[in-house]
Design a binder for this molecule. Structure first.
Ligand code: ADE
Length: 235
């Protein structure tokens, strides 16, 4: 799979892309990730990429010229055209279903915005698939792009090494359940015991217990409000 990242802040990605899972996947040739600086497509000595909105209003908008030129250049750099994803709070909400759809593609092009957003003609010209990672506003699309790349990479064959591990993740499988509790050694920690069933060696019973725990955890999905009472203190 090839992933292109188009950004005004390439440095944000360096340690993320060299990190363990992605770094190894790139070295192994499983994922080819390339970064392009949108500013390289700006004109003039100042290489201006943003300007004030017509009609007034706060902040600065990304100008259409550098963005569209950048996308066209990156798309043309490979005979295989990529699915163009624009990161914006108004896009389709990212979930595991969408991650699976994206992981099935051979090439993705991720367009990160900054400032107050893009000039509307960027959308009109490029017709991207707009994606949001949640109903909150980030200062740019870079963190959203990293979330997408991280989640997608886990589903690219051979990246995890253990395919079963991705299949057992939360939100995988037809029921899209959250994962239930897991335990490792020691068998007792501060008086808390590992559930007997997990020590039973009965794989059918263990699978049934895990499924029920996942159903319960999905139902209980936290809606906790933050109050002084939710602060946990230690003696
Ligand atoms: N850019 C700013 N906020 C965003 C969000 N919530 N998701 C994706 N891109 C964004």
């Amino acid at each position: 799979m090839r992933i292109d990242i188009l950004t005004l802040f390439p440095d944000i990605f360096t340690s993320f892309l060299d990190g363990s899972l992605l770094g190894a996947a790139r070295i192994a040739g499983l994922i080819d990730i390339r970064i392009t600086n949108i500013r390289d497509f700006a004109d003039g000595v100042h290489r201006q990429v943003d300007d004030r909105p017509f009609g007034g209003g706060p902040g600065m908008l990304l100008m259409p010229g550098p963005v569209v030129d950048c996308v066209e250049s990156v798309q043309q750099s490979d005979p295989l055209p990529g699915h163009l994803l624009m990161l914006t709070p108004g896009g389709r909400r990212l979930d595991q279903q969408l991650v699976e759809e994206l992981a099935a593609k051979d090439r993705l092009v991720l367009l990160c915005g900054r400032y107050e957003g893009f000039d509307a003609r960027v959308r009109q010209t490029l017709q991207p698939i707009e994606i949001s990672i949640g109903d909150y506003v980030l200062s740019g699309g870079e963190v959203a792009a990293m979330a997408i790349i991280d989640a997608v990479a886990r589903l690219v064959p051979s990246v995890l090494g253990d395919e079963e591990s991705a299949r057992q993740d939360s939100f995988s499988g037809p029921e899209r359940l959250v994962e239930g509790p897991q335990y490792t050694r020691p068998r007792e920690f501060r008086g808390l015991q590992v559930p007997e069933v997990l020590l039973s060696g009965d794989h059918g019973k263990i699978a049934g217990w895990r499924h029920q725990q996942a159903v319960d955890a999905t139902r209980r999905r936290s809606t906790t409000e933050l109050t002084p009472a939710t602060v946990v203190t230690f003696q």
